[in-house]
Design a protein around this ligand. Structure first.
Ligand code: ASN
Length: 300
């Protein structure tokens, strides 16, 4: 079997597993949004290398290509959809230097979810169960394909370890995420990073954040990022100002936030990154039938 056929079959299984998992837990599946006046700013973040936000001018309106559906997730929670998920395509126009990382794409999809009134511990539990089940299913149903790829996928044990970003920086320096990913034998959580305005700052400990990333072992890097959310208008506006973002770009979201958002927590798990981890692919572009690697020209 050709590798591209194997990766495509694995991707299909990952999509089915993710859809079934969230439906079985009572989540409502939303359709993805592709164009909107508001999207995730993806920063300011020293780790981000998006060179610009994709935009389309349509009938006098400036619409952005979705970088993530985080703001729409908060709006959907506000509309009373208490547990939701989306298989969400994202466009992130990354700097061409990201070609070399092996884990960046400028077009990818994430399994994006959000839960009203949830706390970070609820997300740890849910997504640990998700990943354990996924690895079990792939090993059971794709033993032959994993063999053809020479991939020995380790079993996963929960609960995963948790490390603060500060601790990992002390231990590993600037490249802490990759170094820890290479070092660790099991997936692990990194917690409390200063990130986008919508991730909640700990009200009891300012300067600490109620957010988390899940990181794969064996050097495969980040699997998921998420957080408990800022839902109070005053905190949101203070943080948008602090991040020097143009608040007029968030006007429709801010209008709703002023009327009141509902506390929630959630995250997003990259589909192609799941397939790369499961299959052991060297470069994430290899798992896409239609490659979207920054710095490479697009064939089809
Ligand atoms: N999906 C992520 C979240 O829920 C946001 C992102 O992808 N930037 O926090």
């Amino acid at each position: 079997m050709k590798d591209e056929k194997i990766y495509t079959k694995l991707t299909s299984s990952v999509l089915k597993y993710s859809t079934d998992f969230f439906h079985e837990k009572g989540f409502v599946q939303l359709m993805p949004v592709i164009l909107s006046p508001v999207t995730d700013p993806l920063g300011p973040d020293p780790g981000s290398s998006v060179i610009k936000t994709g935009e389309v001018e349509y009938l006098g309106q400036k619409l952005s290509l979705t970088q993530s559906m985080i703001l729409h997730k908060q709006i959907a929670i506000r509309a009373g959809i208490e547990k939701l998920f989306i298989i969400s395509p994202n466009i992130r126009l990354e700097h061409p230097k990201r070609k070399k990382t092996g884990r960046h794409l400028f077009e990818f999809s994430q399994v994006d979810f959000e839960i009203a009134h949830a706390k970070k511990e609820d997300v740890y539990k849910l997504m640990e169960e998700f990943l354990v089940g996924l690895v079990k299913k792939i090993k059971k149903e794709h033993n032959e394909e994993l063999g053809l790829l020479d991939r020995k996928l380790p079993d996963i044990k929960t609960p995963f370890s948790k490390f603060t970003t500060t601790k990992l920086k002390e231990r590993y320096g600037k490249e802490w995420e990759m170094s820890a990913s290479i070092e660790e034998k099991q997936p692990f959580w990194t917690i409390s990073h200063k990130r986008e305005f919508y991730d909640k700052e700990d009200p009891e400990k300012p300067g600490e954040y109620l957010n988390y990333d899940l990181v794969y072992p064996e050097g495969f890097g980040e699997a998921l990022s998420g957080a408990e959310r800022e839902h109070e208008f005053s905190s949101i506006i203070r943080k948008i100002k602090g991040d020097e973002l143009d608040k007029t770009r968030y006007a429709p979201y801010l209008e709703l936030a002023k009327k009141g958002l509902i506390p929630s927590a959630g995250g997003g798990c990259g589909v192609e990154r799941m397939v790369r981890y499961l299959s052991g692919a060297k470069h994430i572009g290899d798992v896409q039938l239609f490659r979207r690697v920054p710095g490479e020209s697009v064939l089809v």
